[in-house]
Design a protein around this ligand. Structure first.
Ligand SMILES: *Cc1c(COP(=O)(O)O)cnc(C)c1O
Length: 409
């Protein structure tokens, strides 16, 4: 990573952190759409294979287009942070094809049969299934508890020496529950247990888990980091460089969840406006949350920026702003949800989040319609629940659209 540039603002870092990574002086790192890289001589081949830098050998192992994106994310997640010796904190990022691929490397790279992951309820659906179906089949267990209950976390670690990793997702979607990262990390340290944080919903602009003691950070870059909905991607970062460059890198290349040059390029360009976008996303979200909280057709708003949210204090403690995701419940249940969604005119009906456009979905009639009602309610997906990723449009356009759609709800 290029540490020569010490910048004052994280927004400048998003733009300038990476090198240009090409010999032709192109301003933007080109899309290196090449599966393999050439050697002039056998000696040069030996040198490159023996060297630490494996980015110019074979694209499953690395590629200059990935390097540029990785350097940017490394710089953002460590912006302003120092290690125990007072030097700039160094971490290593590995770009993946998707958030799921990054999670797979994280879990399989750190756990073996018989080990246990300690995590919490309200995880991203893909993470929940990966843990309880795929890892379970490989005899890696999962225990889900309330990670904000410090006595329970302590007791769980004391009773189960097989717990090797605590995995935190904060804030979680769609109810915006937050976990106190620093508190969990300090308990984990006592037991030599590793902590990973899914920082997808926050981005390093809002929250830096390494500052709070985490060992690993992962993202679905598909969301706010790419920021434009143009490509899937994932990243896994770790602060144990020997482990990241050794066994974790090995698992990553053997599992084959590598990114590709085009998606890496789109991610790199998208991240340049991260600070600007997040400010606008969050400012809009706060106004939308207040608008909804005061609306007669809305039963409840789940947004950690509101004082009424159960994890408001945790969000305020560890995040710059409470983010741009929220959910709300319509008083009229399933039918109101359907009518409301159908009446939206500017806002987009879609799942996922972190695009410039405001996205809304109604899980009960869309993504979760196949799940039995009882089961759905257990994960807080009520009949009238609407999920929302607030975009960066003009705030009045967003509120006008919501307002006219709420008339029919
Ligand atoms: C989307 C998402 C994932 C999975 O990422 P993909 O890029 O879809 O594979 C993991 N965690 C969270 C919090 C997500 O929102």
């Amino acid at each position: 990573m290029s540490n020569s540039k010490k910048l004052i603002g994280i927004g400048s870092t998003a733009i300038h952190a990476s090198g240009h990574n090409n010999a032709d002086h192109a301003h933007l790192t080109p899309i290196y759409a090449s599966s393999t890289f050439t050697f002039d001589t056998a000696e040069e081949g030996s040198e490159r294979f023996a060297g630490k830098d494996k980015t110019k050998l074979y694209s499953r192992w690395g590629n200059p287009s990935f390097t540029t994106a990785q350097e940017t994310i490394e710089a953002l997640e460590t912006f302003g942070l120092e290690d125990e010796q007072g030097n700039s904190l160094q971490v290593k990022a590995l770009l993946h094809a998707s958030g799921q691929a990054a999670l797979t490397t994280l879990f399989l790279g750190n756990l073996k049969s018989g080990d246990i992951v300690l995590s919490h309820h309200a995880l991203y659906g893909g993470t929940h299934e990966l843990l309880l179906k795929v890892l379970a089949a490989a005899s890696i267990g999962t225990i889900l508890i309330d990670l904000n209950d410090s006595a329970l976390v302590d007791a769980s670690l004391k009773e189960n020496s097989q717990i090797k990793l605590i995995h935190i997702e904060t804030p979680s979607n769609p109810t915006l529950r937050c976990v106190d990262i620093e508190q969990v990390c300090s308990i984990a340290k006592k037991y030599g247990c590793l902590v990973s944080v899914d920082n997808t919903a926050a981005t390093p602009y809002l929250q830096q888990p390494f500052k709070l003691g985490a060992d690993f950070v992962m993202h679905s870059t598909t969301k706010f980091l790419n920021g434009h909905g143009t490509a899937l991607g994932g990243v896994l970062l770790g602060k144990d460089l020997d482990k990241m460059n050794g066994p974790i890198w090995k698992w990553h290349v053997l599992l084959g969840g590598n990114s590709n040059a085009f998606d890496a390029y789109l991610l790199t360009q998208g991240m340049k406006t991260l600070a600007l976008r997040m400010e606008q996303h969050c400012a809009n979200a706060m106004k939308v949350a207040h608008f909804l909280a005061n609306h007669p057709k809305v039963e409840k708003v789940n947004y950690s920026g509101l004082a009424s949210h159960p994890d408001h204090a945790i969000a305020m403690k560890q995040m710059r702003h409470p983010g741009a995701l929220m959910s709300f419940e319509l008083k009229g249940g399933i039918e109101a949800g359907r009518k409301f969604i159908n009446k939206l005119s500017m806002c987009v009906k879609a799942i996922s989040f972190g695009t410039p456009d405001t996205l809304l979905s109604h899980p009960a009639s869309m993504s979760h319609m196949g799940i039995p009602r009882e089961e759905r309610l257990q994960s807080d997906i009520t009949d009238g629940l609407i999920r929302m990723s607030v975009g960066i449009e003009h705030i009045e356009d967003i509120i006008n659209d919501l307002s006219q759609a709420l008339e029919v709800a």
